[in-house]
Design a binder for this molecule. Structure first.
Ligand SMILES: NC(=O)c1ccc[n+]([C@@H]2O[C@H](COP(=O)([O-])OP(=O)(O)OC[C@H]3O[C@@H](n4cnc5c(N)ncnc54)[C@H](O)[C@@H]3O)[C@@H](O)[C@H]2O)c1
Ligand SMILES: O=C(O)C(=O)C[C@]1(C(=O)O)C=C[C@@H](O)C=C1
Length: 360
């Protein structure tokens, strides 16, 4: 590597995560080689400009890094195989569970495990495959780096550089600490989304017509690949099951509180949720800032969103976050613009000047 940038990286597994990593590396100027068991996925990744197919012949020089983006059940095998095929390259993976993969690598490649440093970008999508890949998917996101006691310092530095090169910020923690953390912030939310979305399967069509943004926010990730999530949850079963028992007893208490109509207890439980959500960090891991959301009515026609953004940008107001609400059967939508509290007067003035309707 020179000046912290990668010259050549091999990405094994060109699905959603592998192709996104390859696109981000390619964007940084690295030569990216690609490999996948599925010739179709490899072809799509190449056609998206993620890199060139790896011929299989030993590259000279060896890759600065090998990134493995395959399903959790085969991670350890593919990482161990890469450590053997490339005797000097550091190897990482982007798998969602770290301790199980490390145990497999330690068993299968005990003499090369020093060059392996696990990692996990905390970004993704409910979609799979290279067509859903994006170069900017990691921008501003945390990327867990999970060295083990035998990981070499230079290999750790290279994997942290991967996170930064892809636009993320590295967060270092042990594999088991990582697995505890993602059980809470990723795996239990997936189960909760699946349970709530599962209730929709028997709902009356007419009731579903009332679906607004709330149910969509809570259930988006339930559309994730069941095969992938079965592997993720199985690999992290113990901490996830423990938290699910805790959540189940909270739900039980909620139901009893409602049956006994105890408004004080109900409010306490709802306030606890608010306290929890405010603890989530904001952009780039910083403390969450206080924003005001301004709902703007938008006609459902081409160019409206671009016109709105241009009017807001023209007033010198930075949009911190944006959210759209499409109600079924209506020709208009609601866009919520989140801005810093002190930018609200300028935003409202600009919206009025340009004829936008602000709701509420
Ligand atoms: N989906 C997410 O949001 C997300 C986010 C962070 C991390 N991850 C992790 O990233 C990894 C990949 O997930 P994904 O969503 O990209 O899955 P995906 O299904 O989109 O892609 C997986 C790819 O691996 C290929 N593959 C399977 N076995 C292989 C092998 N032995 N050798 C070479 N290629 C092989 C498949 O053909 C496929 O192209 C998983 O371990 C997952 O836990 C996923
Ligand atoms: O945003 C999403 O769609 C995701 O599900 C991403 C998400 C997450 O839980 O944050 C899902 C699983 C991965 O291991 C990492 C990221």
């Amino acid at each position: 590597m020179s000046e912290g940038l990668f010259r050549r990286v091999l990405v094994i597994g060109t699905g959603l995560m592998g192709t996104s990593t390859a696109l981000a590396l390619h964007r940084s100027g690295a030569e990216v080689l690609l490999e996948d068991l599925d010739a179709g996925n490899l072809r799509v990744a190449v056609s998206l400009g993620a890199g060139t197919p790896f011929s299989g012949a030993s590259p000279d020089p060896e890759p600065d890094l090998v990134v493995v983006g395959v399903p959790p059940a085969v991670l350890g095998n593919v990482v161990a195989d890469a450590l053997e095929r490339f005797p000097t390259s550091p190897v990482t993976d982007v798998g969602s569970v770290k301790a199980a993969a490390l145990a497999d690598v330690e068993r299968l490649a005990p003499d090369a495990v020093e060059r392996y440093v696990g990692s996990h970008p905390m970004a993704g999508s409910e979609q799979s495959g290279p067509l859903a890949a994006r170069a900017d998917i990691f921008d501003g996101r945390a990327w867990a780096i999970t060295p083990h006691p035998r990981s070499r310092d230079d290999a750790i530095a290279v994997v942290e550089q991967l996170a930064r090169t892809c636009g993320a910020f590295p967060v270092r923690l042990s594999p088991s600490e990582h697995d505890e953390a993602v059980a809470l912030v990723s795996h239990v939310p997936q189960v909760a989304a699946s349970v709530v979305a599962g209730l929709l399967t028997t709902a009356a069509e007419g009731h579903l017509m009332l679906a607004g943004q709330g149910i969509r926010d809570v259930t988006r990730i339930a559309a994730g690949d069941p095969k992938l999530w079965t592997q993720i949850l199985s690999a992290n079963a113990t901490p996830v099951a423990r938290l699910l028992h805790e959540a189940a007893s909270d739900l039980q208490r909620f139901a009893l509180t409602l049956e006994k109509l105890e408004p004080e207890e109900l409010r306490d439980a709802l306030e606890r949720g608010g306290t929890g959500v405010r603890r989530l960090p904001g952009k780039h891991g910083a403390r969450q800032e206080s924003f005001t959301s301004i709902p703007v009515l938008l006609q459902d026609q081409p160019g409206e969103l671009a016109r709105l953004f241009a009017d807001v940008g023209g007033a010198g107001v930075n949009i911190e976050d944006v959210r759209m609400d499409h109600s079924p059967g209506t020709p208009a939508g609601l866009v919520e613009l989140a801005v810093h509290d002190d930018a609200v007067p300028a935003l409202l003035a600009a919206l009025e000047r340009h004829g936008w309707t602000v709701h509420g």
